[in-house]
Design a protein around this ligand. Sequence first.
Ligand code: ATP
Length: 215
Amino acid sequence: MRVGIFGGTFDPVHQGHLIIAEQVLEALALSHVIFVPGGMPPHKEASSIHASTGDRVALVEAAIAGNRRFSLDPVEAEAGRKMYSVETVSLLKERYRADEWYFISGADEVSNLLAWKQPDQLLDEAFMVAATRPGHDLSALGHLEEELANFDKILPVQCSRVDISATGIRGRLAEGKSIRYLVPEQVYGMIHDRRLYESRGERTKGESLREREVS
Ligand code: ATP
């Protein structure tokens, strides 16, 4: 059995995440993908995270609810501290049985792998899946070959180009613009109901925009 681990800030989860999880699962014949929302990702400043851990976990739960091959593990969310991927993978390996593990990331993140904690040890524990992302093609991974003993455990997977980012979504919300269809419908509703990502001055504008959209 092959299992994928998909870590991320998911601030918020969006269609790009779901599409790469689905396409990597299919391309590598994974039995399922475990989404792992990060409580405090080591490479991001706490102040750069916008929604609470609880809200981000709830959004991911809602996003994956319709797919029986997707699940969520709160290992990082519950840790209450920064966790490195190498630690997350070894903890999950104690919790679940699998013959092979695949750590899924966008090519943008994988190209920066040398900055991760113990990248070769991480590659001992799991294959690293580099999913293509617009603006980050797989040629950006070439420089890792000389640096990593386990370079052959990096598996590029060509995915549909989906030019959606959480940063872009937060930017649109702050401007009171629609994010409908950039995120699953359930997530869209929760973001508005919980008033996530709206800067104070924009809340009224955001609300009235949604009223227009749903009426
Ligand atoms: P932000 O804009 O806040 O940095 P993000 O959209 O990159 O967020 P993350 O939660 O940081 O979302 O992403 C989790 C993983 O999913 C990362 O490895 C990232 O590279 C990958 N990813 C996110 N969006 C896409 C996309 N549209 N296509 C391919 N990979 C993606």
